[in-house]
Design a protein around this ligand. Structure first.
Ligand code: IPD
Ligand code: CA
Ligand code: CA
Length: 264
């Protein structure tokens, strides 16, 4: 049986090659909702990764975005997002990723996030640190939210609840140094691991968006939690990740906002 990291890395690179070959071509686009898109490349990349994982680890479960059947039973389970940042991909914006993580009874042990357009391969193993193209990663040294570059995303129900999400955006906008919305949650987390961003919050993400980035951030010395600071559950649809130093400031802000806006 291959090492999980070797297998995840090989499959992420192969899926990444599919993304690069298609990003500037005409795509077949289907709508999962008004603003949630899926392309042929999402399906092809997911099939490639699932075939590879099933071949290498026939006893492991797989939760993959386009074919997910829900929360798995206990045991080793792979979480796969074949194209994270599909809207960027559809528009030919070179900022998307392949995200693959192995969780053992809910805890991540292996993670790969690959940005094929920039050829940046982020990877981590529990206890072994996080790396970018082989170089060790560490979170930023930002000491306060006021000196921090935050990143977030707007959930797929943003047309139904715009004011709710904008209230969180506004609160961080007037507190942090600045905010980015780049469109790939897996890369948002990888960038925190790399010390590029200092903090990240988002609602309604799915476990395949966050599972790999979760381990990258922790192995780079950062913190990932629920928005109230409680232990992170990738099925909870709420995430706060940071360099650790600014975490409590973010938790305090989010607790206050969720009290005002409703805590879902
Ligand atoms: C999306 C991206 C985006 C986030 C969305 C996700 P997809 O994933 O991670 O940054 O804001 O909520 O669904 O659909 O491109 O795999
Ligand atoms: Ca995703
Ligand atoms: Ca996706």
């Amino acid at each position: 049986m291959p090492l999980p990291l070797d297998s995840a890395r090989r499959l992420a690179l192969e899926a990444g090659a599919l993304i690069v070959s298609a990003i500037n071509q005409t795509k077949r686009i289907d709508h999962k909702s008004a603003v949630d898109l899926v392309t042929d490349t999402d399906h092809q990349a997911e099939a490639l990764i699932m075939d590879g994982l099933r071949n290498d680890f026939p006893d492991h479960a797989i939760v993959a975005e386009e074919t997910s059947a829900g929360r798995p039973a206990e045991g080793p389970c792979w979480y796969v997002d074949p194209v994270d940042g599909t809207v960027n991909f559809v528009h030919g914006i070179p900022h998307c990723s392949v995200s693959i993580a192995l969780l053992d009874n809910g805890h991540p042990s292996t993670a790969v996030v690959y940005d094929p357009c920039k050829n940046e391969l982020f990877e981590a193993e529990r206890g072994g640190g996080a790396r970018l193209n082989g170089q060790p990663l560490a979170v930023s040294g930002a000491a306060a939210l006021g000196d921090s570059l935050m990143v977030t995303g707007f959930p797929y129900d943003r047309r139904e609840n715009p004011d709710r999400y904008l209230s969180f955006f506004k609160a961080f906008m007037v507190t942090a140094r600045d905010i980015r919305r780049f469109g790939s949650a897996a890369l948002d987390l990888a960038y925190i691991a790399a010390g590029r961003f200092d903090g990240f919050w988002e609602f309604k993400l799915e476990p395949w968006d966050t599972a790999a980035g979760w381990l990258l951030v922790e192995e780079a010395g950062g913190v990932v939690s629920d928005m109230d600071g409680a232990a992170f559950d990738p099925w909870s649809k709420r995430i706060l990740a940071s360099n650790g130093t600014i975490h409590q400031e973010c938790v305090d802000l989010l607790i206050e906002l969720r009290a005002e806006q409703g805590s879902s």
